[in-house]
Design a protein around this ligand. Structure first.
Ligand code: ZN
Ligand code: ZN
Ligand code: ZN
Ligand code: ZN
Ligand code: ZN
Ligand code: ZN
Ligand code: ZN
Length: 1754
């Protein structure tokens, strides 16, 4: 070790190195005053080791500290060499059965939904995988840091508390033994000594507050003038502010400032300057001045270096203690003992207290170090955990207050440890009984909310920012209360009862402060000026919701407690509202001979509050009482007699009336805050302890009073009393008052009131109200949610209230009510309601919002129509009420109710005279239905001797009494049945009448009790009715059909693009229906099809007509006509790259002529295939450009496309495009001069071409001399011996129209610009190369996709691909006509020279470094430039053929050199086939030319196999290329998938099937060529294994393999730390799916500069890995990220699904996620198809917010 560190150590004080740990420890052992001895040592050495300069040197410091400071302690502790001592201790120790692993930020944690006592009980990954819970319903989250694994904690798990690993250690834990028995007395004593001194030292120095003075016993002899300017973290200033300030204050670069800021943020402090006091003070004042303007300034201290040194060592010491106690439980116990031992100063003086109480003064780094020590010591020792819990509870108030005033997040506060302590059931129970913890928490909480109104209620109205901030922080106390209550007691002691009720009292005090808070008064006339504050109150309510529920749960467990709590709650409610009648004049209401006294109160005129937690708690307790045994057996024991029902119902009723009035539009002027409050009142997050309980309270009231009285009070509160109490009031009302609004308002109020009555009678699914259990309740919720529409699991979960364990109970019942439908490639899995459950549907289900109600109604009616049933939605049969609530049903048959029903029916009958509404009638019908159901139930379940007192049928048959003599309700229903204006309700009325008769029958059969006569007409559906019904049904069908058509039309308009997008995305998902191959070529029957060469199949000229998508004009594609173009998108690509490290360094100098076989840096062209006139496109593009400029000026918005870069969206399909390709006829036909005979063979041809090239080269040379020297004249030309028929000064005429020529240039330039990322320059000689390259690369990429998917080469391609390839190939072939002839000739010469040696070129790549397909395309497409000057009789097609053969042979040599090395041992048999013999021969030749460097001859069979496999991709690409170039139809055999088609391809390509024949036929020239190829020095280096080469066939690139279980990815990412900031955890670890690199995304630390801009790690990575496009997985978010360039990106759904077929973007739900291979395939396909950019474009068009994101910073 010493030798390694030698150079570093040299600069260090020799005395440090000479210090011996053993000697020092020896001295200490002898010491009489150990403390002062040790302190002296520290005082002397610590400042010598730590903080010696401006920059920290942690490794060096740690090394020296270990040597000089910690070493002696370890020696002392062990009494021997710690290298032996500690292992001994470890061996003697019994390993702990607790895991206790402290979580890192981002580490995955697991909780079991079945077994965890509460959701805070978690396991680390290792423990989880070894536990039984991995097969349970578990939940997965990423840790925010802090907290530890609960494995082994028997209190945390209902089942399976140990994983396999920790189970091993559980054998003897039964009896708690003292861990100290494993230690010797000496070790105990020494450990105790040294721990006591060191722990005290650390606490003292860390809590030391003086800035330049040390504690006396640590003061140094001589003190230097060296200080640090220490900057501390706060949560007020932003990163940017800090960075900016630092640059100013300490003159550092931005990079250094970022470094400082990052450390300050992470560790909580960082010295930003080192020097003398003055120097540091100066920096401090600048920082303070600069940051004090708006807020409190940044905290800065000028600290003496020795203090900083001791503090740093103090931290080191605490971590050291943490690791030392890991050796033995005994050591841990001693440390706990030391920490909790009371100090000399009495109360709160133990070291643990001192640390906790200074918590808010410590910086982040110090806090987290000692928190971790606490977790690994105090919380891991069963005995001391308890003692520590008591200390924590005793200090609770102080710690919380410190936290509330501190500004750091809770995770950095000691207060956060509450979750570790309070969630342990035994500790929580102990703290409640012994420390009165419940009361303490609630009182502490109340103490922080001192702002009250005159009635002592909370007032949030005029909160300052600071108070609001405090309010936010104080909410965490509610969480503590929740932790304490989360595990419910199984048995009660008297003490527990007493303390719980004491806590309950405190809780009631809290609720009392909320009862009636935020009261509101209806605004009339003016609109309110300022929206009142409402959120704070609702936040409080929301946070308390679970606590309120848990309080009730606790009460439910013990009857004594329940009754006591009930009494207390009632008493408090009386205090709140006892005197609600005070000062009010009582008024008397009377209807139908009933009268009741009440107060005069109008919701619309007086104050009303939504917050009634005390009433609601009482309602909850009442239900519990109703459930209890006492209620059945001894109801007289209950304090029910003290209740005053009118008082109970008053406030909840007001609240419900308020909702009704808001709905009726009476409170419009009160603004949105009220609307929001009403919304939350009903919302799933609050309703359980708000709306639901108000309903229960009213139910309680009704069940205890005369229903007639109740209804009258209700009418009065709804301000409807007048209408129903005065006969004919309604008529007068509607005729006299013409004010429509008021009529409307009253109608709505009546509807709302009826709805409320329906709810009061119908909502009996809370256990205690009705005779149901919890399962029934959840089942009913789910049935009603699914009645609206099928839902995904997460949607359903969101619609159900969660309990404190985040459970909805849904899983237990969902199977019973719904079917699960699995998701497809997109979308989610869905639950669908089982048909048999629809009969439980209640249209007036109380948790429906209005929108949901109408959707559900529509859906259910539709369902009924589909099943050919009538469309009535009668009320479902309900469970019976519990005894306490049983009398509630009588409300339905009460006189006032019958009067209300009668009145409304009367209005409906008289129709025109009154203001009434159909919904009103619908509700009355529903109520009547409910009453009938009720009566039927009663009759069916009646006991022998009981008389059924529910006689609704009788009552509605009676006509009204004199003087009104109104008809009976029944009679009115019969009348209404035939009313023409009530078509919609007929089914329901019919159902009512039918049910009425059924009941009548039951009554008649069971008893003799007289039932009023019913007219015989009811049952007979008159034929007239039937007719009508039929007509109605037909009309309905017609209407539906009309609607459907209309909907379809608008759908078509709206979703044209979406649909097309779908179509386009199917790119290669081919079934013949979606893809029409328009093979324009005529069917050539039975002829052997040949794609090239002199024997090429002649295809008759085909006329092609196309339509412009912009002007809809049709035009023929011709050489001389106006250009037609296809929208196209050119992009750089690395999809096929075999070498991602390679990218174009200097695009200006880069020579793309030869493509390397690693295919890095390709240029891909794609097209949506939509055709336009060139001029139409120009006009369109100009207008887009103009519009965009205007838009940018106005809004400065980005768009999904970059107009300045030439991007636009295809006008038809909105596909991203950046140029256009011209549409051309096969160009070869234009240039091919006809009918040549007697063509040269390959050797002759090569010779001819070589001569021509030589001639050209001489000419060029002369020209250049001529140009530079400008001396000689052109006569020299004549001196040159030109080959026969070669006319180099001949320039052919360009056959194309101007417009086509222009487009040829346009597309060529675009390819050049994008492909090389340079400024457009149409003159650049590289333009043609880029065009050929893009053609070759695009063909290769499509060949890859087809092969990967086992698709036939010429199978049905989608039109857009077919069109794109055809146009691209023909364009590339025609491009030379607009380029400089000499430039193209130059390229040709050079390309040719790479195969046929030519002295004039040096540095040509060897054949191993050339992609042969690119070479082929280049040669074939450049060749016409030479051939056009050749009049010797060599035809273009001869040239093509020879070029193809030559390149093919070169490729075969390439394959033989690189790809035949591995010998297959299976077959050593002698070569038999013709091919095998030939290839052996060839191999021998090569072997000879390479100087036997090639491997010894393998078998011929093997060689031939390798060649066939290796050359296939090349042959396929060539077939595509010549097919599109020459337009020869593909042979039918290759159009179907299956065999490899080797023979067919050879035939089509005019090759012998024995490819080696090519060599034999041309051996004269080939031998010399092969020799020249093999003699290349690079080839030799390769054969000598000095370099690599690509071998064939190249394998397809794939996205990286992803693990099946998502959590292993999270785990992997949690181990990843930022590569730039030394071991820091990355906040947004992001995985490149292309190459598997993990990146530190979205973070300052890893920003780099790219083209003059700061970009995040992902954007930077795309430039090297994907040439601008990237596919990433954001691991913490479980989100796929697509990036393209700097400005474009989108999120894409991840390939991980939970068991319900849903993704979890953001990992919010935490269900286990598994890889969905199909979805991952889809992403890979998008990548292979080069569709990432297009996908981003579509996403951004669909969602404009994506455009605004700063993608480059990710
Ligand atoms: Zn663990
Ligand atoms: Zn474990
Ligand atoms: Zn479990
Ligand atoms: Zn047009
Ligand atoms: Zn298009
Ligand atoms: Zn990558
Ligand atoms: Zn980083």
């Amino acid at each position: 070790m010493a030798s390694e560190l030698e150079p570093e150590v040299q600069a260090i004080d020799r005395s440090l190195l000479e210090c011996s740990a053993e000697e020092t420890a020896g001295k200490w052992l002898q010491a009489t005053d150990l403390t002062s001895e040790v302190y002296q040592h520290l005082a002397h050495y610590v400042p010598k080791i730590y903080c010696r300069g401006p920059n920290p040197f942690p490794q060096k410091e740690d090394m020296l500290a270990q040597h000089v400071l910690l070493g002696p302690m370890e020696w002392y502790l062990c009494g021997e060499d710690p290298a032996f001592g500690f292992p001994k201790l470890e061996q003697a120790n019994k390993p702990s059965h607790l895991c206790g692993r402290v979580f890192k930020v981002g580490e995955p944690t697991y909780s079991c939904r079945d077994c965890a006592v509460d959701p805070t009980c978690v396991l680390c990954m290792e423990c989880f995988l070894g536990s039984i819970h991995r097969d349970h319903r578990y939940r997965m989250t990423t840790s925010g840091g802090g907290g530890f694994c609960d494995c082994g904690d028997t209190e945390a798990w209902k089942e399976g508390p140990y994983c396999q690993k920790h189970e091993l250690n559980t054998s003897e834990i039964e009896e708690e033994e003292d861990p100290l028995v494993h230690l010797s007395v000496d070790v105990i004593a020494r450990t105790y000594n040294i721990f006591a001194i060191m722990f005290r030292y650390a606490v003292e120095i860390l809590t030391w507050e003086k800035e330049s003075e040390l504690p006396a016993d640590l003061e140094m002899e001589e003190k230097s003038d060296t200080y640090y300017c220490m900057l501390f973290n706060d949560e007020v200033h932003t990163y940017e502010q800090v960075i900016y300030t630092l640059q100013k204050a300490v003159n550092c670069t931005q990079k250094e400032a970022i470094g400082f800021a990052t450390t300050v943020d992470r560790d909580g402090r960082r010295s930003v300057r080192y020097g003398d006091f003055q120097y540091c003070e100066q920096a401090k004042s600048v920082i303070v001045r600069n940051t004090s303007r708006q807020t409190k300034p940044l905290k800065v201290q000028v600290m003496h270096s020795s203090i900083v040194a001791h503090q740093n060592f103090g931290l080191k010491l605490l971590s050291w203690l943490g690791s030392i106690i890991g050796y033995s439980d005994g050591l841990r116990r001693i440390l706990c003992q030391v920490g909790l031992q009371e100090g000399p100063y009495g109360e709160n003086s133990c070291l643990v207290d001192r640390l906790m109480l200074s918590d808010s003064k410590l910086w982040k780094g110090a806090r987290s170090v000692y928190h971790q020590l606490f977790m690994s010591s105090l919380l891991m020792d069963l005995k001391y955990k308890k003692l520590f819990a008591i200390r924590f509870a005793k200090n609770y108030e102080r710690l919380q207050s410190d936290y509330v005033t501190d500004d750091h997040d809770r995770e950095f506060s000691i207060a956060d440890l509450s979750v570790q302590i309070f969630t342990v059931p035994s500790l929580a129970r102990m703290l409640i009984t012994e420390e009165n913890l419940m009361t303490i928490i609630i009182k502490t909480f109340m103490d922080h909310l001192r702002h009250r109104d005159a009635q002592g209620r909370f007032q949030f109205e005029r909160y300052t920012a600071l108070q609001a901030f405090k309010f936010r922080r104080v909410q965490s106390l509610i969480l503590d209360l929740k932790y304490v209550l989360i595990s419910k007691p199984t048995e009660w002691s008297d003490e527990l009862r007493q303390k719980f009720l004491e806590g309950f009292d405190a809780f009631l005090e809290l609720l009392k402060c909320m009862q009636g808070m935020d009261p509101i008064t209806r605004q009339v006339g003016q609109h309110i000026e300022m929206e009142p504050e409402w959120e704070a109150a609702f936040t409080l309510q929301m946070k308390l919701t679970h606590v309120i529920s848990m309080m009730q749960d606790w009460c439910a467990l013990d009857e004594k407690v329940l009754i006591e709590a009930y009494k207390k709650c009632l008493a408090v409610l009386m205090q709140c509202h006892g005197g609600f009648t005070d000062g009010e004049q009582p008024i008397t209401l009377s209807i139908c001979g009933h009268s009741v006294e009440t107060i005069r109160y109008c919701v619309s005129q007086e104050k009303v509050s939504i917050h009634l937690p005390v009433s609601r708690l009482l309602a909850g307790l009442h239900v519990l009482l109703s459930k209890s045994e006492v209620a059945y057996k001894f109801p007289e024991l209950l304090p029910l007699s003290e209740l005053s029902p009118p008082m109970l119902i008053e406030h909840p009723l007001r609240c419900l009336v308020l909702c009704a009035q808001v709905h009726a539009g009476m409170w419009r002027r009160n603004g949105f805050s009220l609307v929001n409050q009403i919304y939350y009142y009903h919302n799933v997050k609050c309703r359980r302890e708000m709306f639901d309980k108000d309903i229960v309270m009213l139910q309680t009231g009704v069940s205890m009073m005369d229903p007639n009285h109740f209804l009258m009070i209700m009418l009065s509160r709804f301000e409807l009393y007048q209408i129903f109490s005065t006969p004919d009031y309604g008529k007068r009302f509607s005729s006299e008052i013409t004010h429509k609004d008021v009529v409307q308002q009253n109608n709505t109020l009546i509807e709302e009131m009826l709805y409320l009555i329906i709810m009061l009678v119908g909502e009996r699914f809370s256990p205690g109200v009705g005779q149901v259990n919890t399962t029934d309740e959840i089942k009913r919720e789910i049935i009603h949610q699914l009645s609206i529409k099928p839902m995904a699991h997460s949607e359903l979960v969101k619609s159900l209230p969660e309990d404190e364990n985040k459970e909805t109970g849904m899983e237990s019942v969902i199977e019973a009510v719904a079917h699960f439908k699995k998701p497809g490639l997109t979308g989610r899995g869905m639950y669908e309601l089982k048909p048999e459950c629809t009969k439980e549907f209640n249209l007036y289900f109380y948790h429906f919002s209005r929108a949901e109600q109408s959707k559900a109604e529509e859906a259910q009616r539709k369902l009924k129509r589909q099943n050919r049933e009538d469309t009535a939605l009668p009320p479902p049969v309900l469970p019976p009420f519990c005894p306490l609530f049983a009398s509630l049903v009588n409300i339905l048959q009460s006189d006032v109710m019958l009067c209300i029903m009668g009145t409304i029916l009367q209005w409906a009958v008289e129709h025109n005279g009154y203001a009434w509404s159909e919904s009103m009638l619908q509700r009355v019908l529903h109520l009547i239905g409910m009453a009938l159901q009720e009566e039927k139930q009663h009759l069916e379940n009646v006991m022998e001797e009981h008389v059924v007192t529910f006689t609704f049928t009788q009552k509605i048959s009676k006509p009204g009494e004199a003087p009104n003599n109104s008809p009976s309700i029944l009679a009115m229903l019969e009348t209404l049945q035939n009313a023409p204006y009530l078509e919609v309700h007929k089914d329901m009325i019919r159902w009512i009448l039918k049910t009425f008769n059924a009941i009548k029958k039951i009554r008649e059969s069971s008893s003799t009790s007289p039932v009023a006569e019913t007219e015989g007409t009811i049952m007979e559906e008159s034929s007239r009715d039937k007719d009508k019904a039929e007509r109605k049904r037909k009309a309905e069908i017609a209407r539906l059909r009309r609607e459907k058509i209309m909907a379809q039309m608008s759908e078509m308009q709206r979703h044209f693009i979406d649909e097309n997008k779908e179509l386009f995305q199917q790119t290669l998902e081919l079934d013949s229906s979606t893809s029409a191959v328009l093979d324009n070529s005529p069917v050539v029957s039975d002829v052997k099809l040949i794609a090239l060469g002199p024997a090429q199949t002649q295809v008759p000229e085909q006329r092609q007509f196309v339509t412009c998508i912009l002007c809809q004009e049709e035009q023929e594609v011709k050489v001389e006509s106006r250009a037609m173009v296809l929208a196209a998108f050119v992009q750089r690509s690395t999809v096929l790259s075999k070498n991602r490290r390679k990218f174009i360094q200097d695009p200006e100098k880069y020579d793309p002529l030869f493509m390397h076989p690693d295919l890095s840096c390709g240029t891909h062209t794609g097209s949506c295939g939509h055709i336009m006139h060139a001029h139409c496109w120009q006009r369109y593009f100009d207008s887009v450009q103009a519009k965009e400029q205007r838009r940018q000026q106005r809004l400065r918005l980005h768009t999904s496309y970059d107009v300045e870069n030439g991007e636009f969206l295809c006008p038809l399909c909105e596909c991203l495009s950046n140029t256009v390709i011209p549409l051309l006829l096969p160009p070869r036909n234009i240039f091919n001069r006809s009918n040549f005979s007697d063509q040269p063979n390959l050797s002759q041809w090569i010779r001819t071409i070589s001569q021509q090239i030589k001639a050209l080269q001489i000419l060029r040379k002369e020209e250049s001399i001529h140009n530079t020297a400008s001396s000689k004249n052109s006569e020299n030309m004549g001196e040159l011996q030109l080959p026969e028929g070669f006319r180099p000064n001949f320039h052919p005429k360009n056959p194309y129209s101007e417009s086509i020529k222009e487009m040829l240039t346009t597309f060529g330039t675009a390819t050049y610009k994008v492909g090389l990322k340079v400024h457009p320059n149409e003159e650049d000689p590289r333009v043609p190369i880029m065009c050929w390259g893009s053609c070759a690369y695009t063909i290769q990429s499509i060949e890859r996709i087809l092969s990967d998917e086992d698709k036939p080469l010429f199978g049905p391609l989608p039109c857009r691909l077919d069109d794109c390839l055809r146009s691209l190939t023909r364009f590339a072939a025609a491009h030379w006509t607009v380029a400089s002839l000499s430039v193209v000739q130059g390229h040709l010469c050079k390309l040719f020279a790479s195969l046929v040696p030519n002295d004039s070129y040096e540095d040509l790549p060897c054949i191993l470094d050339i992609d042969m397909f690119h070479l082929l395309v280049g040669l074939v497409l450049a060749f016409p430039a030479l051939q056009c000057q050749d009049f010797s009789g060599v035809s273009l097609s001869t040239g093509d053929l020879h070029i193809f053969h030559l390149v093919t042979m070169a490729h075969i040599i390439q394959i033989l050199l690189t790809s035949c090395t591995e010998e297959n041992g299976m077959d050593q048999e002698n070569p038999t086939g013709e091919e095998e013999l030939a290839v052996l021969d060839l191999y021998k030749t090569i072997h000879q030319y390479t100087g036997s460097a090639l491997k010894e001859i393998p078998s011929g069979w093997h060689l031939w196999k390798s060649i066939r496999a290796g050359i296939m991709p090349f042959l396929k690409c060539s077939a595509l290329f010549f097919h599109y170039l020459n337009g020869v139809p593909s042979p039918p055999d290759i159009q179907v998938s299956g065999l490899s088609h080797f023979e067919h391809l050879c035939n089509y390509l005019s090759l012998p099937t024995n490819l080696i024949c090519l060599f034999q036929e041309n051996n004269e020239i080939m031998n010399s060529l092969i020799e020249s190829w093999c003699h290349n020095s690079e080839v030799k280096r390769y054969l000598a294994s000095e370099r690599d080469a690509i071998s064939y066939p190249r394998e397809s690139n794939k996205l990286i393999d992803l693990p099946e279980d998502y959590s292993s990815l999270i785990n992997q990412a949690s181990n990843f730390s930022c590569p730039k900031s030394g071991g820091d955890k990355s906040r947004a670890p992001t995985l490149c799916l292309v190459c598997g690199t993990l990146l530190c995304s979205q973070s300052y630390c890893c920003q780099t500069e790219l083209e003059g801009e700061d970009v995040g790690a992902c954007t930077a990575h795309t430039y090297s890995c994907g040439s601008g496009a990237g596919i990433f997985l954001r691991v913490r978010e479980c989100q796929v990220l697509f990036l393209a360039g700097k400005t474009k990106g989108c999120f894409y759904s991840p390939p991980y699904l939970d068991d319900y077929g849903e993704t979890d973007q953001g990992l919010r739900r935490g269900n286990p996620l598994h890889l969905c291979k199909e979805r991952f395939q889809k992403i890979q396909k998008l990548w292979h198809q080069h569709s990432i950019t297009e996908e981003i474009g579509h996403a951004q068009e669909a969602n404009q917010t994506l455009v605004g994101i700063d993608w480059q910073h990710l």
